[in-house]
Ligand binder design. Structure first.
Ligand code: GLU
Length: 293
């Protein structure tokens, strides 16, 4: 039997709120119940938005909440505090190596488009295909010749690397993945289109680094919010291209505020920091986050 490993993977772009606490406790509880391990990973690939101070604060908030990570279980009352953490910005070489494999396989291409270029192309196309997160990349750079690519690179243009989803799907054939809440899914990565795998400003992207890290850290059950459900179709394709065994998934519902809106980092009133400052106890905050003791 495979040992159960779950994880919580926040980005240090602000303070954690009750929605994050729900997500962290969801993964932590699954590990506890299954006699498995719970990991914490810091997803700090975005140099413009991530701050070391937010990382420090979120680790402190999670420990205060009663979570421990990197060790076999632990009790919320008895074992507050940390454990080893994987910080993505320490591992850019791993992502570069994975991208090189995808480049050799011929399933990625350089994209020179700016946001403005993409918006203009979508405007010209009239009825541009839309995915769950908005309009899809219209494919402007997908079929540029090697000569044109080389000339634009030599001329100093900056580029991102995109996944050629249609080509990749031709290589892998049909794929499936399993969600513990919603059952077996046929992978439809075309819904997010040719996603960026390495950005102009950082040598990876969310999709590439999360897929690689869940594999390297031997995560067996990925728990995360249902806002990332469609991303999993793309991750399943990357797993097949890179030869990774897919983990199991459990996408959970998102906590909402009284007005029914998703909690966001900007809703400061719901941050764990502000609840702590008001004198809330960890058990009360766990209950507010949907996990009463
Ligand atoms: N880092 C992502 C976020 O902050 C979550 C990634 C995941 O759980 O796959 O939303």
């Amino acid at each position: 039997m495979t040992d159960l490993v779950t994880r919580f993977a926040p980005s240090p772009t602000g303070h954690l709120h009750l929605g994050h606490a729900h997500s962290a406790l969801f993964g932590w509880t699954a590990a506890q119940r299954g006699g498995g391990r719970f990991l914490l990973r810091i997803e700090d690939i975005d140099p413009n938005r991530c701050r070391p101070a937010f990382e420090r604060d979120l680790i402190e908030d999670l420990a205060w909440l009663g979570l421990s990570w990197g060790d076999p279980g632990g009790d919320p009352g008895d074992a507050p505090g940390g454990g080893p953490v994987r910080r993505q910005s320490d591992h850019f070489d791993d992502y570069r190596a994975a991208l090189a494999r995808l480049r050799e396989a011929g399933v990625v291409y350089p994209c020179f488009c700016t946001r403005k270029d993409i918006a203009a192309e979508i405007g010209r196309a009239g009825a541009a295909p839309h995915g769950p997160d908005g309009p899809l990349y219209p494919g402007t750079c997908r079929h540029l010749s090697e000569d044109i690519r080389a000339a634009r690179i030599a001329a100093g243009e900056t580029w991102a690397m995109r996944l050629d989803v249609a080509e990749a799907m031709r290589r892998t054939g049909p794929l499936r993945w399993h969600d513990r809440g919603r059952g077996w899914q046929t992978a439809t990565p075309e819904q997010l289109g040719d996603v960026v795998l390495a950005r102009k400003d950082t040598p990876t992207s969310y999709h590439l680094s999360v897929t690689l890290d869940d594999h390297l850290q031997r995560v067996t059950l990925v728990t995360r919010g249902e806002d990332l459900f469609f991303a999993t179709h793309t991750h399943r394709l990357l797993q097949a291209l890179l030869g990774f065994e897919p983990p199991d998934y459990h996408h959970h519902g998102l906590l909402r505020n009284a007005a029914g809106e998703r909690l966001a980092k900007r809703d400061r009133a719901q941050s764990l920091r502000s609840l702590r400052a008001e004198g809330a106890e960890p058990a009360a905050v766990r209950a507010l986050a949907g996990f009463p003791d």
